[in-house]
Design a protein around this ligand. Structure first.
Ligand SMILES: *Cc1c(COP(=O)(O)O)cnc(C)c1O
Length: 372
C-alpha cells in the first residue's frame, strides 16, 4: 500500500507551474534582445527593487555572499580589520567577510529571537573592529535599534545581511534599509529567488552605489577604463528579467507564508515543541518555520518516516566549522548557538503548501509526542 504523497520542506516546482508563462515571456524578451550582461533588465530590476524598499539605489550582483563582500569592500574594510557577525547564521555570511580579506568575529545570539544579541556585541569589539553585520535569520527581523545605537557610539558601520529577509519589516520599515548597506541573495530557495544565482545591495548613499557598480564590474569606470581591479560579480539579464516577474508577486507569497505560519501556531499549540516567536516590533516573513525541541533528531526521523521533509538551519555553529579551526574556538564558547544547533528543525513551509499538508505535518508531530 502506498501512503499519501510526500511533503517536501520546500517546493519550487509548484511556483514555477503558477508563473511559467510569464517567466518564459521574460526570458524570450532577453534572448531576442541579444544582450545578456548589465543591460535594461538589470537596470529595471534595480529600480524596482530599490522602489520596493523605498531606497535610492539597488546594485545587482552575482550572489548574496558577494553582496556582503562588496558592501564591506566598498567601505574600505579589508585585511587586518574585524567584522562582527552572529555565530548562528548561514556560512556565507562569514565568507562575505573573509572574501574581502577581513576577519569574522563571532557573537552569540539571543535565545528568544535566534538573532544577534545586542548585549553581547560590545564585549567582542576591539580597536580593529570596523563593521557589524546583523542577520535577519529565517525572515525574522534582528533588533536593529540597539545595534545601530552601539554602532553610532563606537563608530562602526552597520551592514545588514537580509539574504533571508526580503519583505521583512522592523518598526514599520523594510529591513535592508537601516544599515549603510543591505545585502540580499536571490538563491533559488529564498523568498525572492532567481533560477540560478543572484544578489543585490541596497543603499541610500550615491557614492557607495557608484563604487559598488565599479567594484562588481572589474573596477571599470567607463568601457575599457579601470580605476581599480574589483571583481566580476554581476546579476545577469536573464535572472533580472525573471526576478522582475517574481518581485511583483513577493508580497502575495509572503502573505501566504504568514497565513500558513499562523495555522502552524494553532495546530502545534500545546505540544512540547517550541514554536517561533512572533516579533513584537516587526513583520516576520517566515523564510523558514523553525521549531525547537531537545529530541529533534528523533522527531525529524519520525517525520521522514511519514514522507515529511525537514532541514536543519544550521547544524554546525560557525565557530565549530572546520574552516575556522585556526581561530582556536572550542565547544562552549557560544552556548546559545550551540544549544540551538542541537534543537532546531525547519518544518515544511512554502507559499503553495496546502492546508491539508500542514495538518498532516502537525498531526505527525502530535503523533510523535503521543507515543509512549
Ligand atoms: C543565502 C544566504 C547568504 C548567501 O547567499 P548566496 O546567494 O548563496 O551567496 C548569505 N547569508 C545568509 C543568511 C543566507 O541565508
Amino acid at each position: 500500500m502506498s501512503g499519501p504523497p510526500p511533503i517536501p520542506q520546500s517546493d519550487l516546482k509548484r511556483q514555477y507551474a503558477e508563473i511559467s508563462a510569464e517567466l518564459h515571456a521574460a526570458v524570450d524578451r532577453v534572448f531576442a534582445s541579444g544582450w545578456f550582461i548589465l543591460g535594461p533588465e538589470v537596470e529595471a530590476f534595480e529600480r524596482e527593487f530599490a522602489a520596493y524598499h523605498q531606497v535610492s539605489h539597488a546594485v545587482g550582483v552575482a550572489n548574496g555572499t558577494e553582496a556582503i563582500h562588496l558592501a564591506l569592500r566598498a567601505m574600505g574594510v579589508g585585511p587586518g580589520d574585524e567584522v562582527l557577525i552572529p555565530d548562528n547564521t548561514a556560512f556565507p555570511t562569514a565568507v562575505g567577510v573573509t572574501s574581502c580579506g577581513a576577519t569574522p568575529v563571532f557573537v552569540d545570539v539571543d535565545p528568544l529571537t535566534s538573532n544577534l544579541d545586542p548585549a553581547a556585541i560590545e564585549a567582542r569589539v576591539t580597536s580593529r573592529t570596523k563593521a557589524v553585520v546583523p542577520v535577519h535569520l529565517y525572515g525574522f527581523p534582528a533588533d536593529l535599534d540597539p545595534i545601530l545605537a552601539l554602532c553610532e557610539r563606537l563608530g562602526l558601520a552597520l551592514v545588514e545581511d537580509a539574504c533571508q529577509a526580503h519583505g521583512t519589516g522592523y518598526k514599520g520599515r523594510r529591513v535592508g534599509t537601516f544599515g549603510r548597506m543591505g545585502c540580499f541573495s536571490f538563491y533559488p530557495s529564498k523568498n525572492l529567488g532567481a533560477y540560478g544565482d543572484g544578489g543585490a545591495i541596497l543603499t541610500n548613499d550615491a557614492g557607495l552605489a557608484e563604487k559598488l557598480r565599479m567594484l562588481r564590474n572589474y573596477g571599470q569606470t567607463r568601457r575599457y577604463y579601470h580605476a581599480t581591479t574589483g571583481i566580476n560579480s554581476r546579476l545577469d539579464e536573464l535572472q533580472a528579467a525573471m526576478l522582475r516577474v517574481k518581485l511583483g508577486r513577493l508580497d502575495g507569497w509572503i502573505e501566504k507564508r504568514r497565513r500558513l505560519a499562523c495555522k502552524y501556531h494553532g495546530a502545534l499549540a500545546g505540544l512540547p515543541v517550541e514554536i517561533p516567536l512572533m516579533p513584537p516590533i516587526g513583520f516576520h516573513t517566515y523564510h523558514l518555520f523553525v521549531v525547537r525541541c531537545p529530541e529533534r533528531d528523533r522527531l525529524a526521523q519520525h517525520l521522514a518516516g511519514r514522507g515529511i521533509g525537514t532541514l536543519i538551519h544550521y547544524p554546525v555553529p560557525l565557530h565549530l566549522q572546520e574552516a575556522f579551526t585556526p581561530m582556536g574556538h572550542k565547544a562552549g564558547d557560544f552556548p546559545v548557538t550551540e544549544r540551538l544547533a542541537g534543537q532546531i528543525l525547519s518544518l515544511p513551509l512554502f507559499p503553495e503548501m496546502a492546508d491539508e499538508e500542514l495538518e498532516r505535518v502537525a498531526n505527525a508531530v502530535r503523533e510523535f509526542y503521543a507515543r509512549p
